[in-house]
Design a protein around this ligand. Structure first.
Ligand SMILES: O=P(O)(O)OC[C@H]1O[C@](O)(COP(=O)(O)O)[C@@H](O)[C@@H]1O
Ligand SMILES: [Mg+2]
Ligand SMILES: [Mg+2]
Length: 341
């Protein structure tokens, strides 16, 4: 199909057109959210092109710095972070930025300030960069009350307070998945047009799935409910077929597959990492927001993930997210352990 010809097809739903349609439902809107999103989209396009030519452009390997998590930063971690910080500040719609790669929150200077806080993981799946396996960018958006002086307290809020969340996966195709609180939609980048086109309208995750996704290398340190659940996935007692194991090691890619195919993605706590590995603000919350909007759910091993109230910007939390019925099963095992059943 010749996409160039498609450019003249008036019904082509680009992400810009989609967002402006959404905006038109709110006559009082000044378009701030649409402008912010257009800058996030620009950042994703830029990072997508850098990822595609990483090997050619010597963007493979370490940057020589260590981030606040104690992780050695990859060149693409640093570049993606710079791209998104610049794009978000230049939107003129943000006041606080929290990035996985920056120790402190960034307060945007007054003259360029807006009313949104953006929490983001500029490049997720860093361990997969150098081998060309799917990686991504994750973001969440909070709104600061009009006229209020923004403080870090404006992002240390439950995930359910976010007004939007999304991720962009840099894989065999570049896919941006987004929710602003009324369902989840997926857009694929058409490289010939340079436009994200609506390809996955109103994504609904299957109620139950056939896939479980977890790093089994940590199994010996897991707690009882996690061990029992994974055992059940492999050796079901109810006559159903065993689930298949799929684990890419990039949260964006593992969650994208889970959203489309169903099943469960887990990064549980274990003896070595009592709070798991994934960060609440820019990994757990955005993905949990999308999961719930698509009809799934997200659980920490204790509470609904979006009810969590973080106290630190780089706080970690265990997470179990995916198909409603699959997460219900692990919730029951934790409740049983709590003696609540
Ligand atoms: O190698 P592990 O312990 O399974 O961890 C993989 C997880 O770590 C991450 O790579 C952490 O994210 P970053 O790459 O953004 O630091 C997730 O994408 C992924 O789900
Ligand atoms: Mg990450
Ligand atoms: Mg990262």
């Amino acid at each position: 199909m010749d996409h160039a010809a498609d450019a003249y097809r008036t019904d082509l739903m680009t992400i810009t057109r989609f967002v402006l349609n959404e905006q038109s439902k709110y006559p009082e809107s000044r378009g701030d959210f649409s402008i912010l999103l257009s800058h996030i989209v620009l950042g994703c396009k830029f990072v997508c092109s850098a990822v595609n030519k990483a090997g050619l452009a010597k963007l493979i390997g370490l940057a020589g710095e260590t981030n606040v998590q104690g992780e050695e930063q990859k060149k693409l971690d640093v570049l993606s972070n710079e791209v998104f910080v610049k794009a978000l500040v230049s939107s003129g719609r943000t006041c606080i930025l929290v990035s996985e790669e920056d120790e402190e929150a960034t307060f945007v200077e007054h003259s360029k300030r807006g009313k949104y806080c953006v929490v983001f993981d500029p490049l997720d799946g860093s361990s997969n960069i150098d081998c060309g396996v799917s990686i991504g960018t994750i973001f969440g958006i909070y709104l600061v009350k009009d006229g209020a002086e923004p403080t870090v307290g404006d992002v240390l809020k439950p995930g359910k307070n976010m007004v939007a969340a999304g991720y962009c996966m840099y894989g065999s195709s570049c896919t941006l998945v987004l929710s602003s609180g009324s369902g989840v939609n997926g857009f694929t980048l058409d490289p010939s047009l340079g436009e994200f086109i609506l390809t996955h309208p109103d994504i609904r995750i299957p109620k139950k799935g056939k896939i479980y996704s977890v790093n089994e290398g940590n199994a010996k340190n897991w707690d009882e409910p996690t061990r029992k659940y994974v055992e059940r996935c492999k050796f079901p007692q109810d006559g159903s077929s065993p689930k298949s194991l799929r684990y890419i090691g990039s949260m964006v890619a593992d969650v994208h597959r889970t959203l489309l195919y169903g099943g469960i993605f887990m990064y549980p706590a274990d003896k070595k990492s009592p709070n798991g590995k994934l960060r609440v603000l820019y990994e757990v919350f955005p993905m949990s927001f999308l999961m719930e909007q698509a009809g799934g759910q997200a659980f920490t091993g204790n509470i609904r993930a979006l009810d969590l109230v973080p106290t630190k910007i780089h706080q970690r939390s265990p997470v179990f997210l995916g198909s409603y019925d699959d997460v219900e099963e692990i919730k029951a095992l934790y409740a049983a352990q709590e003696g609540k059943a």
